[in-house]
Every structure is written in structure tokens, then in C-alpha cells.
Design a protein around this ligand. Sequence first.
Ligand code: NAP
Length: 436
Amino acid sequence: MKRVEPVKVALLGCGVVGAEVTRLLHEQAADLTARIGAPLELVGIGVRRPGRDRGGLPVDSTLFTADVLSLVKRDDVDIVIEVVGGIEPARTWLVEALTRGKGVVTANKALLAEDGPTLHDAAADGGADLYYEAAVAGAIPLLRPLRESLHGDRITRVTGIVNGTTNYILSAMDDSGASFAEALEQATSLGYAEADPTADVEGFDAAAKAAILASLAFHTRVRAADVYREGVTEVTAADVASARAMGCTIKLLCIAERGPGNGTGPGSVSVRVYPAMIPRNHPLASVGDAFNAVFVEAEAAGQLMFYGRGAGGAPTASAILGDLVAVARHRLAGVRAASESAYADLRIRPIGEAWTRYHISLDVADRAGVLATVAGVFAKHNVSIATVRQSGRDEDAVLVIVTHMAQDAALAATVAELRELDTVRAVAGVLRVEGE
Ligand code: NAP
């Protein structure tokens, strides 16, 4: 039989994800060879500390190097897998690889959301494949369906739970009535939250993923800076109880939604991340623990739900290897995948133009006329009230108001004016309501 030359792979990063990539490459070598039509050969591993004990990984220790740029430039490297993370030096390495025509597989959501166009341009210049399934929602096959399977359809909305840490925290608050601080402590002790949880709890991680999803779904370049973002640190046990009373639960949602254009324009896209109440019968409400799920609505396909493990070494490595097989097969066939699709170039709508509903809790004195004064503020901003619920009496009354759909700018202006009223002691909580 004719001997087929191996496809040579450089792995950049050998931490939580990279170590699992080496393990799967080793354990599944025979199947991968059969699926690709040629063996894969790991020819170098770029890390920060090449001499570090890697605890029995199935790789030759001489493969490790700290000179990552030289590894990327090697003529015998066909494909670069990047699982280091961060903007630099990863961007320099990947641009170098792509412009030299090497296929790239990366899990680096931060880089793709911050400066994806630079990578896509380098891929176009070098005629190279750029795959990044692992960058959003870990093991869940999601980007390939958006960038291939749904290309004959028109996506109208993508709503996702794409951060496992915050989903664990909000699920724990919902299950046990715990405060945010208690639930975060629990998440940290179980290894779901990092020592510095800022990127997760302030919504930066979800915003990066929202930018990537919106770019693919709406054929428009969307960067992390275009995404409106609120984290979960202000969500209180009282908010969770109030959601429960309404038949809702609170989730950190990423929402990317097609909308109208400016007059005759081609349309617009709104991309936002915030904690919101969703009805308990919504498909995303039952996504508990640290799981991820993404709900896609398209004109012809209707509603689709993608669900699974959004992080962790092995699930993320599964997505990386799927991409690796695709890129390796393209190399053998002498083809590449379709390049970035950003032809629609839709206008990015500011948050003020988003249509949503608000759930507002007000601490008020239980006096005659208070409700009329509060209702007057809503009417002034053309925001219609759906329900009003009052609990407590005298100096401890709490008024919970849920609005109908209105533009976020009008809802925000209503809340700002409520804060100024003498009869309102405090605006105790403001949450958006989605998914109805
Ligand atoms: P990690 O455990 O911190 O590993 C990072 C690796 O990169 C380490 O091997 C480290 O080398 C190497 N590295 C860091 N800075 C370097 C530098 N300047 N030069 C050379 N090597 C450097 O990270 P991870 O959790 O595997 O995540 C990797 C990527 O996957 C990130 O983009 C992350 O967002 C993405 N991702 C992770 C998950 C997950 O569940 N962990 C899920 C989805 C996506 P040393 O080993 O020598 O320190």
C-alpha cells in the first residue's frame, strides 16, 4: 500500500485544554488516521515553561519549546492548534501561521471577539483554514451549524446561556435561595469559578462569545466592544424570589437579534448580555448547573436548541479535534473552507433601541397617591405596565412592576425618573424579562 505522508501539527499551549488534546491525539490515533486518510504527527508543543513536569502526558518531552514563534514558522508544520488564550502573543503567532498558509484551529474567544477580522484577513491572504468551534460553548457543535448548515436560511435571533460559571451561580441561587456571594463561594470551592471570577461574573466571557455568535449568525463583523454587557453581581436573592413568584427564573443571557435598518437600510443587529428573567417553561430555563445551551430561531428552520458542556478540558478538546480533522482533510484534498462571511454588514443597534420588558422593584411608603405618581412616570415615557404587585405595609411596602415591551431607552429613562421621586425610597431591583 502507498505510504501517506503525515499531517504535521504544532500545539500551542498544554494546559487544561492542551493536555486533553494530546491525550485524545494519542488515544484515538488509529481512528483519526482512518477518518482523515493520513496520520497526524505532533511535531512541537509551545508552552511558557518547557521544563515543567507534565504528569505523564503521552508525548515526548523533547517536543516542548518556549520559542513558539519559531515553531509556528517551521516549514514542516501544516496545522497550528492554539490553546494558550489572550490577545498577544497569540495574535502574532496565528497571523504568522495563517499568512504562511497553515491551517489554524483555536479556542481563543477573547482574541476572536477582540480582533477576529485580523485573523480572517490573514486566513484570506494565506489561503488557509481558520476554525474555532471550541471558542463558544465548548463541546457543543454550534459554530459549524451556524456557518454551514444554516447558510440557506435567515436567522432571526440567537439566545444563549454561554457561561457555565454564572449559570452554576444563578442555578444555585434559584435552587437554595442563596445570596450571590454564597453561590459564588460554592462555585469557587467546586472549581467552577476561577480565583478571579471577573471575566465570568461581569459578563466579559459571555460578551466575547456573543460577538462571535452574532458575527456568524448575521454575516456581520461584531466585536466584543459592540456588545452591551451587564454581569450578575447585582442579582439578589430577592430578585430570584420575585422571579419565582412570576413563574420565572434568572439566567445570564446572550442575545443577538436581527432588527430593522435605518429607513431603506439592510437591517440591523442588537447584541447584548445581561441577567434576565425567563419563564420556567422556556427551553433555556431548565439548563442547570454549569451547562450551556443556545436557542436559535430561523425563518425556515424554526426553533433549534443546542445543549451540552460548555467548558472543561475534554469537552473543549473534543471540539478542537473535530476542527482538526476537518482542516487536515482539506489539506489533503488541496481545498479550504469558505472564508469569512461578513457581506451583510448590518448596523449594530445601541442598547437603547433594543425592545425588552423590565421587572422593577420599588421600596415605597404605603401612602395614598403613591401608585398614581409612579404610574404617571411610566405613562410619561410611553411605557405600558403589564402587572403591579404590592407587598408589605406602611413604611415597608414593596411595589413590583412588570412592563410590556418597550424600547430600552424609554425603560431606562423611566427608572431614572422613578429614582428621583420623593415617594420612592429606593429602586431595589431592575431586571429585564425575556423569552415570552
Ligand atoms: P491554561 O490551562 O491556563 O493553559 C495555558 C497554556 O498556555 C499553558 O500550557 C501555558 O504554558 C501556555 N502559555 C501561556 N502563556 C504562554 C506564553 N506567553 N507563551 C507560551 N505558552 C504560554 O488554559 P486553558 O484553560 O487550557 O485554556 C486555553 C484556551 O482555551 C483559552 O483561550 C481559553 O479561553 C480556551 N478555552 C478553555 C476552556 C476550558 O474549559 N479551560 C473552554 C473553552 C475554551 P505552561 O503550561 O508552561 O504554563
